[in-house]
Design a protein around this ligand. Sequence first.
Ligand code: HEC
Ligand code: HEC
Length: 268
Amino acid sequence: MGNLTTQLGRLLTVALGGLFLAAGGSFAEDAGNLYNTNFDINAGLKYFERQCSRCHGFDAKGNDETGAPDLTGRLARASSEVGLFNIIRTGIAGTAMLPVAADLPDSQVWQLVAYIGSLSTDPANIDLPGSVASGTSLFTSKADCNSCHMVNGQGGRLGPDLSRVGERRSPEELLSDMLNPHIDVAPRWWTMRVTDSDGAVREGLRMNEDSFSLRIMDEELNLWSYPKNQIESFERVEASTMPSYTQTLSDSEIDDLVAYLFSLRKEN
Ligand code: HEC
Ligand code: HEC
């Protein structure tokens, strides 16, 4: 597997390290950051400009003179939100990196965490191994992803619209979406296998289901409605209809698709 898989492994290791840190008492609990809306990111940015930029720079890309590192990529000392929170809260002993004011509320520290986190998901700050251009063409040619997925109004309806997937999924998650599509499939994408009272079997995405009826959409996008009392049996398949691409695409093709998907955002 390419670069990304190694990164995944590394991420896992450090995430565990983060948990370990969190077990240490007065540190933040690993409940994740609850202050991560656009409002919070913006508040974090304002605080950063006032208190942190003189060492880390207004663009947070670091400053050789102060020795304050670039905060826009992978951090050397923290790879989880909790780890980052703890650095900001307690500083780094023996360095110029001092703790924030003791009376600064945790919510504001989390806003800083949200702001720094937003920098590392900015595609301009992430160096992915794949090529966006190759990924773009693979998507609609060899890999045929567009038969199920829509991007900017073009493509199929048998999977989620991916026009802005880069905003909600990290490169690691996008990679996992392609290699292990059956993990965590939302009910919206479950398949129903229905046998009607004549014994005919039909499969499709589960569009609607209540106590009395069931509606599915087959591969040709036809909708089928069944009153439940006229169905012989039905079966929910909680797996994805998306195949895994481990066998059919090469590592570098998968990297290209990850780079393309990650570039899909509102601005485009
Ligand atoms: C007086 C200069 C100074 C100020 C002000 C400062 N820092 Fe730092 N910061 C540093 C230095 C120097 C380091 C590197 C310490 C080391 O690892 O040797 C650092 C390290 C860090 C790290 C760890 C980076 C990594 O790669 O792991 C984070 C995160 C960080 N600072 C965030 C902040 C935030 C947020 C603020 C504002 C609340 C801030 N810093 C204010 C000097 C500063
Ligand atoms: C047969 C239809 C089908 C094909 C072909 C297909 N997908 Fe999917 N894809 C789905 C469905 C259904 C889901 C939602 C269920 C799930 O999470 O697997 C999905 C989910 C995803 C997601 C997660 C989206 C999100 O919002 O979380 C990504 C990313 C993705 N697909 C990328 C691709 C790429 C890249 C290709 C081509 C290499 C591809 N898919 C081919 C049906 C398909």
